[in-house]
Design a protein around this ligand. Structure first.
Ligand code: 5GP
Length: 203
C-alpha cells in the first residue's frame, strides 16, 4: 500500500453487530470512513440506498465487474456483494482509515491485493446470541435466517485467518477494541517515515 491511509477489513457473521459498532465508531471520528458496498439483495425497510448500500440489479452489478470497477466481490446467501474501487482509493489517498465491511471470501481477495491490510473479525459472544439478534431484527424469513446461521458457523471457523478478533459483548467494548487497533496501526513506523525528517529539520 503506497497510500498514507490505512485499509481495514471488518468481517463478522450476519447479526454480529457490525453496523451498530461501526456507526458508533465513526460518530466522532472524521478520519475513519466506511466503504459503501454494492449489492443485489433487496433493501430492508430501515435501509437507505446510497448510505447502507448501493442496491442494484444483478445485470448492473455484472457490468461493473466486467468494467473492472470492483475491488472485490462475492456471492453470499444467493446475492452479490462488492466493493466499488474508486471511492476506496480516493479515501486512502486522503489519509483516511477505510473500513471494508465484508465477508470472508472478500477478505481473502483483499489480502492478496493489499498484503498490508489489517483484518478484524467481530465475534458474537455465542451463536445463541447471534440467533437472538437475527430473530430480533425480523428482517429475514425463516429459510434465509437459517441459511445465514449456517454461513455464520462457517465464518466463525475462519476467524483464525484474521489479524485481530474483537468480541462484541457490548457495543462500547467492541468500539474501544477497534479504535485501539486503528490508533496503533496509524503509529506503525512505516506509516511515519516523513515525521523523522520533519522533526530533524525543524530543530
Ligand atoms: P447483509 O445482507 O447482512 O447486509 O450482508 C451480508 C454479508 O455480506 C455480511 O457479512 C457483509 O459484511 C457482507 N458484505 C457486505 N458488503 C460486502 C462487500 O462489498 N463485499 C463482500 N465480499 N461482502 C460484503
Amino acid at each position: 500500500m503506497t497510500d498514507s491511509g490505512v485499509l481495514i477489513i471488518l468481517s463478522g457473521p450476519s447479526g454480529s453487530g457490525k453496523d451498530t459498532v461501526l456507526n458508533k465508531l465513526t460518530e466522532n471520528r472524521d478520519d475513519i470512513k466506511i466503504s459503501i458496498s454494492m449489492t443485489t439483495r433487496q433493501k430492508r425497510n430501515d435501509e437507505i440506498d446510497g448510505l447502507n448500500y448501493y442496491f442494484v440489479s444483478r445485470e448492473y452489478f455484472e457490468k461493473k465487474i466486467a468494467d473492472n470497477n470492483m475491488l472485490e466481490y462475492a456471492e453470499y446467501a444467493n446475492n452479490l456483494y462488492g466493493t466499488p474501487k474508486a471511492p476506496v482509493d480516493e479515501m486512502l489517498r486522503n489519509g483516511k482509515a477505510v473500513i471494508l465491511k465484508i465477508e470472508v471470501q472478500g477478505a481473502e481477495k483483499i489480502r492478496k491485493i493489499y498484503p498490508e491490510v489489517i483484518s478484524i473479525f467481530l465475534m458474537p459472544p455465542s451463536v445463541r446470541v447471534l440467533e437472538e439478534r437475527l430473530r430480533g431484527r425480523n428482517s429475514e424469513d425463516e429459510e434465509t435466517l437459517n441459511h445465514r446461521l449456517v454461513i455464520a458457523r462457517e465464518e466463525i471457523r475462519r476467524a483464525p485467518e484474521y489479524d485481530y478478533i474483537v468480541i462484541n459483548d457490548t457495543v462500547e467494548n467492541a468500539v474501544a477494541g477497534i479504535e485501539t487497533i486503528i490508533n496503533a496501526e496509524r503509529q506503525k513506523t512505516f506509516r511515519n517515515k516523513k515525521i523523522i525528517s520533519e522533526v530533524i529539520n525543524n530543530v
